[in-house]
Every structure is written in C-alpha cells, then in structure tokens.
Design a protein around this ligand. Structure first.
Ligand SMILES: *Cc1c(COP(=O)(O)O)cnc(C)c1O
Length: 462
C-alpha cells in the first residue's frame, strides 16, 4: 500500500517560535528595509525561504556531536572524523576545512585565477563568479540548450553544453583555463540536476585537454536522488555510491556544508593533486586557520561529519525532494509560472512572466519578493537582474537572462501545513498581479549588490 501524503520522516524535539504579524506591519517593515528582504529582521518573517544555506535543522545525533566536539588546536579527533568521512565520500586524499564554501572558492580560484584566466561552468553561483572576477579572471556559463525551455520535462537541465565546452577550451587555449566547474545541482540554473552521463562527458573533455575539473558539490545528495530515479542504470545504486561515482570523475571539489551537510556553517575543499593542495594549504593557513580546523570549531566538524551521512539516507532524500516538488507542482497548477521540472532545493518562479507589465529595468523579481513578504510574511530572493544585471558603458542595464524568484526550502525545518499556508499566499499573489509596480535602485555596492542594495517603488503614472 502506498499513501499520497508524504510525512516528514522525523519527530520534532525542539521548537522555535514564529512571530505572526499583520499585513499593515509588514508593509511598514519592507519599507524600512528599503524593499530588500535581506535587510529585514528575521523575527519579522513568518516563512523564511531566503535560502536553504545554513538553515537546516540539525538532528539529535548532530547535537550530540556538538557536545563531543574536540576543540584541540591541532590533530583534534573531530577533524580526524571529518577528514575520514570526506575522504570516504570523495576519494580525495587532500582535505582543507573552511568556514564556508566561498572561503574554499577564494583559496582555489584565487590561486588558479588572475587576469587572462577563464573559468567555465554550467552556471557559476554568485559567490563563485564574484571570487573568480575579483581575481581578475573571466567566468563563462554554458548551460545545456535544454535548460532554455522552462516547461519541458527534460530531467537534467542542469547539464553543461559539452560541444561549447570543447570549443571554448580550444578557442581560449587549455593553458588559460583556470578550471571547469560543474555545479551539482545547478543552483543558479534553477536547482536543476546534472546527469552522470553529462559529468562523464565533462570529465572526458577536461582530461583530453588536461584542464582541471572541479565539482561544486553543495547539493550532491539531492543530485544523486535525481540520477537514481531519472537516469538509466542507477535504480539499484545507493545515493552515496552515485555521489562517489561522480566524485571519481573530478580532480577535486568545493562544498558549502551549509547545504547538503545539514549544518549551519562550514565548508571544505578536497583535491587529488598534491602540489595544488600544498599551494592551497598555504593560503588556508594565512586566512582561514591551521590545516586541521581551517575556519571551523571542532564541534562544527563533528556535526558536518554526521550530516554528510544523514543526507544520503533514503527516507530523508525522498521526503526532501518530494516536499519541494509538492510546493512547486501546486503553485504551477494554480497558474504561477515556474521553472520546470521542480529542482531539489528550491522552487523558481518566473517573475518576468508573472508580471509582463514590469520591464527588466524595474526588476519584476524584486517586485515579487516584496509582494510575497507584504501578503504573507514570506521571504524569498530575487535571482534576476538585481543579482546578475550589469551596466554597459553608458550606464544602461544589461539584464540577466531571466527574472526569477527563488523559494529555497530549508532542510527539515517546515512542515506540510507551513507549505499549505504558502500556497494560499500565492492565491493572493495571483489576484493582485496586475497592480504590482516595479522598483528602482537607490543605492548599490560594487560586488554582490543584491545583499545590500536599497530600492524604492516606482510611483504609478497618473
Ligand atoms: C552556497 C553555494 C556556494 C557558496 O557557499 P557559502 O557557504 O555560501 O559560502 C557555492 N556554490 C553553490 C552552488 C552554492 O549553492
């Protein structure tokens, strides 16, 4: 017998209150936050879909690990446990612990980058691109062609375009390629999975040209779920073994443990090449910490080691992927345009399509995140021209390819009734959609402007 309702495969042992609020208060709050939800106080938020990063609920086992943490400066037991766990999973002999993913990115891409260097990815995540560009190098995205059709059922829209990869490496010269980075799942590309066949093809091209192949593996467990259920030949392979097979293809990986390691902080860099690892270790000691803790406390390392096991459990992954799909499929049925199929960690709403009357220069995605907050106290993030737009020499906006809003689902945090509430909020979003106005930026920093930019609503024309 199978049941329609997928229950959360955990009981709640410790709770955290949500502070309810009125629509009037929220209108005031978002104004005070300059229409940028990153500037809201968390207690002003009812359902927080800002990110799935570092927002996981830890298990009782992980909390037990926190108490067990060995805080010795060098050679701590917690480090040995974490190192063994990552080696077992990635088969990489050199493990560098960092305080989060971007620290590993800064170390590796700072070392490999610099003016004249090119990095190629299915899609660079924002911090990845920022670290590469900050070094003076160039970051090129080559998602597969299938990713452009947002309604087809194609299961692996996170794939990289292999023909373009081969051509780009040939054109730019293999010696100028800093690395090829395969992001699994492809966060910025709609949280879409990457197939094993595609990872194998990327590896083949990289090995043929002798170019470094790095996995950005933040969500490799979620990616493994899609491979097991949608790619021929993996039905009887465990999620962990699927991940291992993918790690074996690459020269190393960068992980933000704040995603699929089910913890609140942490990351690592894992490498196969000894001299590259030695160069990175020098940078690690200068800016993160000693080699056996990097940027982490012993207790954090303990929790990561346990989380990396739990995340591959069948019941967990089944609940995780199906509950994300539950939200996505339901709002799609209501008529909200979403990227399809639904990815692993988030639902991406196409705000450009939802608000066709708002041009890219007036940031339809930012308008939707403000609406979600005002109507339901839901916090989400714009992934469109606020995050990825650039200016030309005359100061005109070069828009991002899509105006998306990401509803990222924290792991093991919200229950189905929270999600049912969100579905009701979307009914109101639909009712209001023709009245929503665009925004303009009043203040912005040079890098990663979406975090701190200020906006104002564009007044309605008389
Ligand atoms: C979150 C993330 C990063 C950066 O990791 P942080 O821990 O936030 O620094 C890099 N790549 C991808 C794909 C991510 O999702």
């Amino acid at each position: 017998m199978t049941f329609k309702t997928i229950i959360e495969p955990f009981r709640i042992k410790s709770v955290e209150p949500i502070h309810m609020s009125t629509a009037e208060t929220r209108v005031q709050n978002i104004q005070n936050a300059h229409f940028n939800p990153f500037l809201l106080h968390s207690r002003q938020v009812i359902i927080d879909f800002l990110t799935d990063s570092g927002t996981s609920a830890m298990s009782s086992e992980q909390w037990a690990g926190i108490l067990r943490g060995d805080e010795s400066y060098a050679g701590a037991e917690s480090w040995e446990r974490l190192e063994a766990e990552i080696k077992d999973l990635t088969h990489c002999p050199f493990i560098l612990p960092t305080h989060q993913g971007r620290a590993a990115e800064r170390i590796l891409y700072g070392h490999l980058g610099g003016p004249g260097k090119v990095f190629i990815s299915n899609t660079h995540f924002d911090t990845t691109r920022a670290n590469i560009e900050f070094s003076g190098a160039e970051a090129l995205d080559i998602p597969c062609e299938e990713s452009l059709d947002h309604n087809s059922d194609y299961p692996f829209k996170g794939n990289m375009d292999i023909r373009q990869l081969d051509r780009l490496i040939t054109d730019r010269g293999a010696a100028n390629i800093g690395a090829v980075i395969l992001t699994v799942t492809n966060n910025t590309g709609g949280g879409q999975p990457v197939s094993m066949a595609n990872a194998k093809a990327v590896a083949e091209v990289c090995h043929r040209h002798k170019v470094l192949f790095i996995l950005d593996c933040c969500r490799i467990a979620e990616n493994s779920y899609f491979i097991k259920h949608k790619e021929e030949g993996y039905q009887s392979t465990s999620y962990r073994d699927i991940a291992r097979e993918m790690f074996d293809l690459a020269d190393g990986c960068i992980m933000s443990a704040k995603k699929d390691a089910l913890v609140n902080i942490g990351g690592f860099l894992a490498l196969k090449d000894e001299s590259l690892a030695a160069a990175c270790t020098n940078l690690l000691i200068i800016t993160e910490g000693y080699t056996t803790y990097g940027g982490l406390a012993g207790r954090d390392m303990e929790a990561i080691a346990i989380g990396l096991r739990e995340v591959f459990e069948d019941d967990y992954l089944n609940y995780r992927i199906k509950s994300t799909a539950y939200l996505g499929e339901h709002i799609r049925q209501k008529g909200i345009p979403v990227l399809y199929p639904i990815g692993g960690h988030a639902v991406y709403v196409d705000a450009g399509k939802l608000y066709p009357h708002i041009p890219a220069e007036e940031y339809p995605g930012q308008a939707l995140v403000c609406e979600l907050y005002k109507i339901g106290g839901i916090r989400a993030v714009e992934i469109g021209s606020v995050m990825f737009g650039k200016y030309d020499d005359e100061g005109n906006l070069i828009p991002a390819p899509m105006e998306l809003v990401r509803l990222a689902i924290p792991r093991r945090v919200y229950t189905q009734s929270h999600i049912d509430y969100v579905l009701e909020v979307f009914d109101e979003i639909l009712k209001n959609k023709d009245k929503v106005r665009g925004l303009r930026i009043t203040k912005e920093p040079k890098f990663l402007r979406h975090f701190t930019a200020h906006f104002e609503e564009i007044p309605q024309e008389k």
